[in-house]
Design a protein around this ligand. Structure first.
Ligand code: PLP
Length: 364
């Protein structure tokens, strides 16, 4: 651990626990981001982001100083033109957020599915057959419920119907193997502070290079214009507007760490950590919002029942005082709380969490 800092176990779904190397990378010489040296860093970040999804040669990327929602807004307002129509899978809070973005920009859209429902491929197929859509937008890992939506199957459906697939892979990209080419993804959104394990501040978009002309033609925004940002990066080696300089250095370190661990390796680590939490909570008598087969194994939404008679906040505060952060739920009509394993965490951290939760329950 770095001098003067304490190790914190963040079980909120990002920003997560970062490695020492990522923290240290924040402290750099002052530099103007218009210098070539910084431009090289931008290029290395972009290349690394594409490499994480094996997209080299076919995929392009750009980024914006923003939280993750910025990347989702960038895609929807850059790709959905006046004659386009997007079908959004709204089976959780983040799918619903996509619909909110479309509504606020007056984009043509329709929605399918309710909060917590597992996508019904037959129903989506029917909807795509009956109406003319140009795009389908979905969340890969729905962070509000912990549901892993069936990306491969949805991608195949999109290919069959010749619609472009937009994926919010915010809480999976870098932590779950996504093959951009195989899955025929047209647009993917994610951010610096989730499974890539960097600091918050940069949102990025990866897109198929065949989409460049659509992006140029369809865009309806200013700041989040993907095409213009991409051109700027290509031609001037810079973002259009001020980048978060230090966050970018930390992000590059986090990307290198992701590539070194490998996405497959990180996925194994996340699943192993998740399993410890799942087994623990099950043993302690908690129940879960989702059936096991729908679980992402990156996040667990746990029902808040009589197991925590003093309520979530009391439980949270006890853990927080012992360096562990748990997160409230967001599922309407259902009282839940969440624990995610996104971040630089190991089995021994999960065991410590287990020890503290047992202590808490026996203190009641
Ligand atoms: C975290 C997250 C976002 C973005 O949230 P921000 O608060 O804007 O960073 C979007 N979609 C999903 C699925 C997420 O998990």
């Amino acid at each position: 651990m770095m001098d003067g800092l304490e190790r914190k176990i963040l079980l909120n779904p990002g920003p997560g626990t970062t490695s020492d190397a990522v923290k240290k990378a924040l402290v750099v010489n002052d530099i103007c981001p218009r210098e070539d040296e910084f431009g090289d860093l931008m290029q290395k970040i972009i290349q690394g982001l594409v490499e994480i999804g094996n997209g080299e040669g076919e995929f392009e990327a750009c980024m914006f100083p923003a939280s993750g929602t910025g990347a989702v807004e960038a895609i929807l307002t850059s790709a959905i033109g006046k004659t386009s129509k997007v079908l959004i899978v709204t089976n959780g809070a983040y799918g619903i957020r996509m619909a909110d973005i479309c509504r606020s920009f007056d984009l043509n859209f329709d929605t399918i599915h309710e909060y917590g429902e597992y996508p019904d491929l037959g129903l989506i197929h029917k909807k795509l057959s009956e109406e003319s859509f140009t795009h389908l937008a979905m969340i890969h890992h729905e962070t509000s419920t912990g549901m892993m939506n069936p990306l491969e199957e949805m991608a195949a459906l999109c290919e069959k119907h010749e619609v472009d697939l937009i994926v919010d892979a915010m809480s999976s990209y870098g932590g779950y193997p996504i093959d951009l080419k195989e899955m025929k993804i047209s647009y993917l959104a994610a951010s610096s502070n989730k499974c890539i394990q960097g600091m918050p501040g940069l949102a990025f978009v990866i897109f198929h290079k065949d989409k460049l002309s659509e992006l140029k033609e369809h865009t309806r925004n200013f700041y989040f214009d993907i095409y213009t940002q991409w051109v700027h990066l290509k031609e001037k080696n810079q973002l259009r507007f001020t980048p978060p300089v230090q966050i970018s250095y930390a992000f590059y370190t986090a990307i290198q760490e992701t590539l070194k661990e490998t996405v497959q390796g990180r996925w194994q680590r996340y699943q192993a950590n998740w399993q410890v939490l799942y087994d623990l909570m099950q043993e302690l008598g908690f129940s879960f919002f989702l059936p096991i087969e729908q679980q992402s194994k990156i996040l667990l939404a746990i029902n808040l029942d009589e197991k925590l008679p003093k309520g979530f906040d009391h439980f949270h505060d006890y853990l927080y005082q012992r360096d562990i952060t748990v997160y409230p739920g967001v599922i309407p009509e259902n009282k839940t709380f969440r624990m995610a394993v996104i971040g630089d965490l190991e089995i021994k951290d999960m065991e410590y969490v287990g020890k503290v939760i047992r202590e808490y329950l026996s203190s009641l």
